[in-house]
Design a protein around this ligand. Structure first.
Ligand SMILES: [Zn+2]
Ligand SMILES: [Zn+2]
Length: 207
């Protein structure tokens, strides 16, 4: 595989009105990036673009002009706008189905996204996390699912607290668990539930 091509290094800050608009979109796929970076190839021509939000099947791109140039849209001059654009149909393997798809909008200038450096992961929104968690559960094999369900049922039944662990040990254990579970959403969900309960008990003790 050849070296990934460099990305444009233009950045911009989302304006409050853009944040407002993006927050009201249904089914957001990720948390907003406050200072999005252009996702086109280094030294591309024309406007800069960055995916502002994917909402359901719609992709909303922030389009902004280099320098202080003006964009003309529907007869109006503006230096930037949010624009719903179709996806670029290109794929790394020419559409056989085992390569990456281009993540840029149709008709973009420069190289396709799969030939370039990554523009960085986006943090999935709560709704998207829920969907992915569901998909992850579905993808577990029988043993893995049985193990997960057993842990969930243990957590579901209330047990008597035991004087087994000191407060400081509990803090270390929950921190460690959190770190280990960070990359595994199914486990992370269980860990968060345990941490929340321990936290509630700690607070009750403090009163
Ligand atoms: Zn750019
Ligand atoms: Zn493309």
């Amino acid at each position: 595989m050849s070296e990934p091509l460099p990305l444009c290094d233009a950045r911009t800050d989302l304006k409050p009105i853009e944040v407002l608009f993006l927050h009201q979109l249904p089914e957001p796929s990720h948390e907003l990036v406050e200072s999005p970076r252009c996702e086109l190839q280094h030294e591309h021509t024309g406007v800069h673009i960055s995916l502002a939000q994917a909402s359901g099947l719609d992709s909303w791109w922030l389009v902004w002009a280099p320098g202080n140039a003006q964009l003309t849209a529907r007869g109006q001059n503006m230096d930037r706008r949010l624009h719903k654009m179709d996806d670029c149909p290109a794929a790394e393997d020419g559409g056989r189905g085992d390569g990456d798809e281009c993540l840029l909008p149709a008709g973009h200038t420069g190289a396709h996204s799969f030939a370039m450096q990554s523009s960085g992961p986006r943090v999935p929104s709560a709704a998207a996390r829920k969907k992915m968690l569901h998909a992850l559960r579905e993808s577990l094999d029988e043993d893995e699912r049985a193990e997960l369900e057993e842990m969930e049922s243990l957590l579901a039944s209330q047990g008597e607290p035991m004087p087994l662990i000191t407060r400081n040990e509990a803090l270390v254990v929950t921190t460690l668990l959190g770190q280990v579970a960070h990359d595994d959403w199914l486990m992370e969900d269980l860990v968060l539930r345990i941490v929340e309960r321990m936290d509630t008990r700690l607070q009750a003790l403090a009163h």
